[in-house]
Design a protein around this ligand. Structure first.
Ligand SMILES: Nc1nc2c(c(=O)[nH]1)N[C@H]1C(S)=C(S)[C@@H](COP(=O)(O)OP(=O)(O)OC[C@H]3O[C@@H](n4cnc5c(=O)[nH]c(N)nc54)[C@H](O)[C@@H]3O)O[C@H]1N2
Ligand SMILES: Nc1nc2c(c(=O)[nH]1)N[C@H]1C(S)=C(S)[C@@H](COP(=O)(O)OP(=O)(O)OC[C@H]3O[C@@H](n4cnc5c(=O)[nH]c(N)nc54)[C@H](O)[C@@H]3O)O[C@H]1N2
Ligand code: SF4
Ligand SMILES: [Mo]
Length: 890
C-alpha cells in the first residue's frame, strides 16, 4: 500500500479555473478540496467543483479502443485512423478531412492537434466548440484591439465600483468569481447591474436589473455611447491619443439611439431604468463590464462585443485597476485553445491568416512546407460540409456535437452519413455512437498539462490517478497518429512538458512585441520546473521575470499604428423573428449544477437533486394562454426539430419567451435536447451560432399515464413518448410518461424489467385503478428494482423508494408489503427538491425555517448549514425569503 498523497491541480469545469487539491488516501480513495494557495479561488469551490471526487468512478468510461464497435488494439485502431486520413487526403486533398476539437482539451493536446492539421496535413479545417462559445469575443477583440486580448484580471471585479454583467448568469456559471464579487461588495458597496432578459439567480442579487428584450444589447450600448458623449463623460484626451474611428461610431450610435426614450422603447425597458444605468456608468470611473453567452451566442454577437468595448474606449477605461471590458470564458481551457490557434480562422500562437507573413513564419518554425494558407471551415460550416460529403473523414475530440451543435438533428444525420468518423472521448456519448473508431482518452485526474483561465492565468492540471484500462492522453493519441502519417520527427514528444516548451517558443518566435501573447520566458522550463509550475499570468516574454498582470492600460494596442479602433455598429432586427406559426422565443443556457451534456455531472446524485428533470421555463401568462399547468409535459417545436420537457412557470421569464437548459442529451432523456431546436444561424464576423434565440411553438402533451423506475442498471429506454433519468444514491430513477391508455403504458413499462428473473420479481397489477407495481431484490434481499405505473397524477412520493435503493440493508417485511401497495409504511417527511447540494437541504426544510422565523440567508445557514459552503444556492434561498415576505405583505 502506498502512502497518502496530495496533488495540486485545477478544476476541469468552468473558465474561472479554480485550484484544486486532490488527496489520494493510502487505500486509494480520493477526496477533493479547494486549493487555498490558488489565486483564482483561494480555497473555495462551487457545487460542481466540490463534487469532483464523485466523478472519478469508471462507470460509463471508454477503456479500450474500438473499431466498428468492437474492441481493438491501439496499433490497429491508430493504423486505421492514419491510413484512412492519409488515403482521403491523397485522393481528395487536405480540405476533405477535418478535426472538431474542444476547450476541454489541455493546451498541449490542443497544440499537437492544431500542428498536425495546419502544419502537416496542410488544411485549416480544425475548429473547436469554442466557436459556439467565445468566437464573437475573439472577433470583437481583434476588431477593437488588433489581437484577442482580455485586458483585465479577477482583482478588477474586487476593485471596481460598478460591475455590469451582460448576458452572464455569473452566479451559476462562474460561481467562485461571483462569490468574490459579492464579498467585495460587502466591503466597498460595489453596484451591480445585470442585463439579461431573464431574472436569473445573478439578477436576484443585483442593484439594477435591465430585463431587456432579447437581442437588443447593441441598441442599449449605442445609447450609452451617445449619452457618454452628450454628457461630457467621454475622455476626449484618451480618444484622441489612443483610438481611431470615434466620430463614425458615435454618429451611427446617435442615429440608432437618439434618446433614452427610443432606447427604452426598443429594448422594452422603462426610460428611468435606462437612464439610471447610463448615469451610473457615466459617473463611475471604476467600471467593469463582464459579458458572456447572452452577448457572444448571437447572430450579432461580434457587434454586441464592440458596442460594449466602444463605451470603454470612449471613457479610456481599459486595463487599469477596477475597469475594463471583461469577456469571461466558459470552458476550463477556452483560452488555451485560443492561444494555440485552435479556431479555423486562426493559425497558431495568436497569428492569423490576415497577416500574410504568418504562414511562412509558422512554417519555418515547424519546419514544414505544407503549412495551411487560408482559413478552414468554422463549426457550423464544417458539419454542413460533413453532411454534403465534402468532408470525408472527421475526428472529434472532447466534445459532443450530436447534442451541443445547433440543428443537432442535422448534425447527427451528417455524422451518420460521413465515411469515416473518429471520436476521442472519456465516456460513451450521443456522438460516440456514430464513431467508426472510438479512442479512449485519459480523463481529469489521469492526464497532465496546462489550462488558461479567463484572466490569462496558466495553471497546471496534474494526474493523481493511474490511467485505467488502455486510456491514453489526447496529445499522445494525436502524436502517434501523426507518426503513422509520416510526420514522426515533428511529433516526437517525450511528455507534455516538451510540447509546452515548443508552444512557448513559438509564441516568442520572430516576435518583436507585435504579438502580446508571448510566453517565451517559459520556453526553457526543465521537466521538473514544468512539474512544479505555479499559476501565472501571460504574457511572460523571455526578458520578464513575472507575468504582466493587466494589459492595454498604457493605451498602446497591438495594431499596426498602436491605436485601438472604435467599430461603428447598428442594432439589427432578430435574425429569425417570431411569426404566427412559431410565436415564442426560445432561449437556452445553463443550470447551476450541470456541466454541458452531463457526461460527468449527470452521474452525481447530489448534482442531479436540484433539477432532476428537463424542464422548460415559461411565463405564467403564456402558460395560461396555452392551457399548460406546472408539471405538464409539453412538446416544443422549432423549424429545425422538436423536444419534450416538463413545464415550469417562472416569474423570471418575460412574456413570449421560454428557457430550456442545454444539458439533456439522449443519454438522459428521450428527447429534451435544446440543440435539436436551436438554429444554425451564425454571426457574419465570428461564425458563432445564435443559440439564445429561436422561434418555437409549445403545446401540452395529453399524458395519460406515468411511471417511475428505480434501478441499479444503466438503461436507455425506447418506445416512450417521454422519459428522463436522474442519478440517485445506489442507482438511477427513470421518470416515464405516455399518451397511450394506462393499460398500454403498463405493458410498455413492464418491458423494462423483463430481464429480471421471474423468481426475483414481485408484481402486482390492479386493473380497476390501472396501476402496476413491481419490485426485485438481490440475493441478500436488498432492493434492486422498483417500478410503479399509474394513471397521470397518481404516482406516490419518491423519497421513501429512493431511500430503499440507497440502503445497504435487506428489505424488511414491512417495506416489502409497502412496496406492493405503493405507499410508504409510515409517512416519511420529505425534504423536497434539494436546494443546497453541499448539505442536502431541500425546499421543505427551508420553508419550515422561514415560517419558523428565519429572516436572512445567514440565519438559515446557521440553522441548516444551507448556503454555507460553496454559496451557489444562496440566491435561491434569498428568492424564497423574498417570496415569503411578499406573501406576508399581501
Ligand atoms: N453550471 C455551469 N456553469 C458553466 C457551464 C455549465 O455547463 N454549467 N458552462 C461553462 C461554459 S462553456 C460557458 S460558455 C459559460 C456560459 O455562462 P453564461 O453565459 O453565464 O451562461 P448561459 O446560461 O449560457 O447564458 C447567460 C445568459 O444570457 C442570457 N441571454 C439570452 N439572450 C440574451 C440577450 O439577447 N441579451 C442579454 N444581455 N442576455 C441574454 C440568458 O438569459 C442567460 O441567463 O458557463 C460556464 N460555466
Ligand atoms: N442550445 C445551446 N447549445 C449550446 C450552448 C447553449 O448555451 N445553448 N452552449 C455552447 C457552448 S458555450 C459550449 S462550450 C458547448 C459545449 O458542448 P460540448 O463540448 O459538446 O459539451 P461537453 O458535454 O462539455 O462535451 C465534452 C466532451 O468531452 C469529453 N471529455 C472530457 N474530458 C476529456 C478529455 O480530457 N479528453 C477527451 N478526448 N474528451 C474529454 C466529455 O466526456 C464530453 O463528452 O455547447 C454549446 N452548445
Ligand atoms: S467556479 Fe466551480 S466549476 Fe468553475 S473552476 Fe471553480 S470550482 Fe470549477
Ligand atoms: Mo462555452
Amino acid at each position: 500500500m502506498t502512502d497518502a498523497r496530495e496533488v495540486r491541480t485545477a478544476c476541469p469545469y468552468c473558465g474561472v479555473g479554480c485550484g484544486v487539491q486532490a488527496r489520494v488516501a493510502a487505500d486509494g480513495t480520493t477526496s477533493v478540496r479547494g486549493d487555498p494557495g490558488h489565486p483564482a479561488n483561494f480555497g473555495k469551490l462551487c457545487s460542481k467543483g466540490s463534487a469532483l471526487g464523485e466523478t472519478l468512478g469508471l462507470d460509463g468510461r471508454v477503456l479500450h479502443p474500438e473499431v466498428a464497435g468492437r474492441r481493438a488494439s491501439w496499433e490497429d485502431a491508430l493504423d486505421l485512423v492514419a491510413q484512412r486520413f492519409s488515403e482521403t487526403i491523397a485522393q481528395h486533398g487536405p480540405d476533405s478531412v477535418a478535426f472538431y476539437v474542444s476547450g476541454q482539451l489541455l493546451t498541449e493536446d490542443y497544440y499537437v492537434a492544431n500542428k498536425l492539421m495546419k502544419g502537416f496535413i496542410g488544411s485549416a479545417n480544425i475548429d473547436t466548440n469554442s466557436r459556439l462559445c467565445m468566437a464573437s469575443s475573439v472577433a470583437g477583440h481583434k476588431r477593437a484591439f488588433g489581437e484577442d486580448i482580455v485586458p483585465g484580471v479577477y482583482e478588477d471585479f474586487e476593485q471596481a465600483d460598478l460591475v455590469v454583467l451582460v448576458g452572464s448568469n455569473t452566479a451559476w456559471c462562474h460561481p467562485i468569481l461571483y462569490q468574490r464579487l459579492l464579498a467585495a461588495r460587502a466591503e466597498r458597496g460595489t453596484r451591480i447591474v445585470v442585463i439579461d432578459p431573464r431574472r436569473t439567480a445573478t439578477a436576484m442579487e443585483c442593484d439594477l436589473h435591465l430585463q431587456l428584450k432579447p437581442g437588443t444589447d447593441v441598441l442599449l450600448f449605442n445609447g450609452l455611447l451617445a449619452h457618454l458623449a452628450n454628457t461630457g463623460a467621454a475622455d476626449q484626451a484618451y480618444v484622441t491619443a489612443h483610438t481611431l474611428g470615434f466620430e463614425a461610431a458615435l454618429s451611427l450610435a446617435a442615429a440608432d439611439a437618439p434618446s433614452v426614450k427610443r432606447v427604452a422603447e426598443g429594448c422594452d425597458l422603462a426610460p428611468a431604468e435606462v437612464a439610471a444605468f447610463y448615469d451610473r456608468f457615466a459617473a463611475t470611473e471604476r467600471t467593469v463590464t463582464v459579458y458572456s453567452q447572452g452577448v457572444n451566442q448571437s447572430a450579432h454577437g461580434t457587434d454586441k462585443v464592440n458596442a460594449i468595448i466602444n463605451c470603454h474606449l470612449a471613457t479610456g477605461r481599459i486595463g487599469r485597476p477596477g475597469m475594463g471590458p471583461f469577456s469571461v470564458t466558459g470552458q476550463p481551457n477556452a483560452m488555451g485553445g485560443r492561444e494555440v490557434g485552435g479556431l479555423a480562422n486562426q493559425l497558431a500562437a495568436h497569428m492569423g491568416f490576415d497577416d500574410p507573413s504568418a504562414p511562412d513564419r509558422v512554417g519555418r518554425f515547424w519546419a514544414t512546407p505544407a503549412i495551411a494558407r487560408k482559413p478552414g471551415l468554422k463549426a457550423v460550416d464544417m458539419f454542413e460540409a460533413t453532411g454534403d460529403g465534402r468532408i470525408k473523414a472527421l475526428w472529434i475530440m472532447g466534445t459532443n456535437p450530436a447534442v451541443s451543435m445547433p440543428d443537432a438533428g442535422k448534425v447527427r444525420a451528417a455524422l451518420k452519413s460521413c465515411d469515416f468518423v473518429v471520436v476521442s472521448d472519456v465516456t460513451r456519448t450521443d456522438t460516440s455512437h456514430f464513431a467508426n473508431v472510438l479512442l479512449p482518452a485519459a480523463a481529469w485526474g489521469e492526464k497532465d498539462g496546462t489550462v488558461t483561465n479567463s484572466e490569462r492565468r496558466i495553471s497546471r492540471q496534474k494526474s493523481f490517478l493511474p490511467m485505467p484500462g488502455e486510456v491514453r492522453p489526447d496529445w499522445w493519441i494525436v502524436a502517434e497518429t501523426a507518426r503513422r502519417m509520416g510526420f514522426a520527427a515533428a511529433f516526437d514528444y517525450a511528455n507534455p512538458a516538451a510540447i509546452f516548451r515548443e508552444h512557448a517558443a513559438l509564441s516568442a518566435f520572430e516576435n518583436d512585441g507585435g504579438r502580446l501573447f508571448d510566453i517565451g520566458g517559459l520556453a526553457d522550463l526543465t521537466d521538473a520546473e514544468y512539474e512544479a509550475l505555479a499559476p501565472l499570468h501571460w504574457p511572460l516574454p523571455s526578458d520578464a521575470s513575472a507575468g504582466v498582470q493587466r494589459l492595454l492600460g498604457d493605451g498602446r494596442f497591438p495594431t499596426a499604428d498602436g491605436r485601438a479602433r472604435f467599430v461603428p455598429v447598428r442594432q439589427e432586427g432578430a435574425a429569425l423573428p417570431v411569426d404566427a406559426a412559431f410565436p415564442l422565443v426560445l432561449n437556452t443556457g445553463r443550470l447551476r449544477d450541470q456541466w454541458h451534456t452531463m457526461t460527468r455531472t449527470g452521474r452525481v446524485p447530489r448534482l442531479m437533486a436540484n433539477a432532476p428533470e428537463p424542464a422548460i421555463e415559461l411565463n405564467a401568462a403564456d402558460a395560461v394562454a396555452l392551457g399548460i399547468a406546472d408539471g405538464d409535459l409539453v412538446r416544443i417545436e422549432s423549424r429545425y426539430g422538436g423536444a419534450r420537457a416538463k413545464a415550469v412557470t417562472s416569474p423570471g421569464q418575460r412574456k413570449g419567451e421560454a428557457f430550456l437548459p442545454m444539458h439533456w442529451s439522449g443519454r438522459f432523456a428521450a428527447n429534451a435536447s435544446a440543440g435539436s431546436l436551436s438554429a444554425p444561424v451564425t454571426d457574419p464576423f465570428s461564425g458563432q451560432p445564435e443559440l439564445k434565440h429561436v422561434p418555437v411553438r409549445i403545446s401540452r402533451e395529453p399524458v395519460a399515464w406515468a411511471g417511475v423506475l428505480m434501478t441499479r442498471r444503466d438503461l436507455r429506454p425506447t418506445g416512450f413518448v417521454h422519459w428522463s433519468r436522474a442519478a440517485v444514491q445506489g442507482g438511477w430513477v427513470y421518470e416515464l410518461s405516455g399518451t397511450e391508455p394506462p393499460e398500454q403504458g403498463i405493458l410498455l413499462a413492464r418491458r423494462l424489467v423483463d430481464v429480471v428473473p421471474a423468481d426475483q420479481l414481485l408484481e402486482y397489477t390492479d386493473r380497476r385503478s390501472s396501476t402496476f407495481r413491481a419490485a426485485a431484490t438481490d440475493a441478500e434481499g436488498r432492493l434492486t428494482e422498483a417500478l410503479l405505473v399509474a394513471p397521470h397524477g397518481h404516482l406516490p412520493e419518491r423519497g421513501w423508494l429512493q431511500s430503499l435503493l440507497a440502503s445497504c440493508q435487506p428489505l424488511s417485511p414491512l417495506d416489502r408489503r409497502a412496496l406492493l401497495s405503493g405507499r410508504a409504511p409510515m409517512p416519511v417527511p420529505s425534504v423536497g427538491r434539494i436546494v443546497c447540494s453541499c448539505f442536502n437541504v431541500g425546499v421543505n426544510q427551508l420553508a419550515t425555517a422561514i415560517s419558523g422565523g428565519s429572516t436572512s440567508v445567514d440565519e438559515i445557514g446557521k440553522l441548516l448549514k444551507a448556503g454555507t459552503n460553496c454559496g451557489s444556492c444562496r440566491s435561491e434561498i434569498r428568492a424564497m425569503l423574498d417570496a415569503s415576505r411578499l406573501q406576508a405583505a399581501e
